[in-house]
Ligand binder design. Structure first.
Ligand SMILES: [Zn+2]
Length: 181
């Protein structure tokens, strides 16, 4: 139910198809922080993406072609500072009508038979998430220099050196104990 209410608030991502002429219809959307706020525990909290949706309506089928590009804000695995990750993707999905989905698949959006609009928020969110690379690090500039925060890197290096010294000390003490027995 909570999920349902969250989707209600995302009504800006509704595409009303009833009454549309057969053919191709284009829609533009902007995806920013308010979009990601609707997805609890999201890997992404902020972003700046342009999305183009092309709805193809025919007498026998309806499909959506989704294309997006822009950046999402992630936390760098290396220096732990936020950075903007460039992403982009496109996908085609079929729109099918039914009370319950009769087939599984990522490329189908199921809507109720009496529905007159499609909410694409969840689909878009999933495509954004799968477009994010596994490794999250600041990009390198043209000269091949990492854009990681040098101050943070230095702090982290000092911290890890300190931690390994502490563990060496503990290890030394343990060895002493073992040797004495
Ligand atoms: Zn970094």
């Amino acid at each position: 139910m909570q999920h349902f209410f969250a989707m209600e608030r995302l009504s800006v991502y509704n595409i009303a198809f009833k009454g549309l002429k057969e053919g191709v219809h284009e829609y533009d959307f902007h995806i920013g922080k308010s979009f990601f706020d609707h997805f609890e525990g999201s890997l992404v909290e902020d972003g700046d993406l342009e999305l183009i949706v092309i709805l193809e309506k025919r007498s026998s089928f309806m499909s959506l072609h989704l294309k997006f590009s822009g950046t999402v804000t992630l936390t760098c695995d290396r220096c732990l500072e936020p950075y903007n990750q460039a992403i982009g993707n496109e996908a085609s999905v079929f729109v099918k009508f039914g009370e319950t989905p009769s087939e599984e698949g990522d490329d189908v959006i199921w809507i109720l038979p009496d529905e007159n609009q499609i909410n694409i928020a969840q689909t878009i969110y999933e495509y954004i998430i799968v477009s994010i690379p596994l490794r999250h690090v600041h990009p390198y500039d043209k000269k091949g220099v990492s854009s990681c925060d040098p101050v943070m890197l230095k702090k982290l290096e000092e911290y890890s050196r300190h931690e390994s010294e502490k563990s060496d000390e503990r290890w030394g003490e343990l060895k002493k104990l073992l040797n004495n027995n």
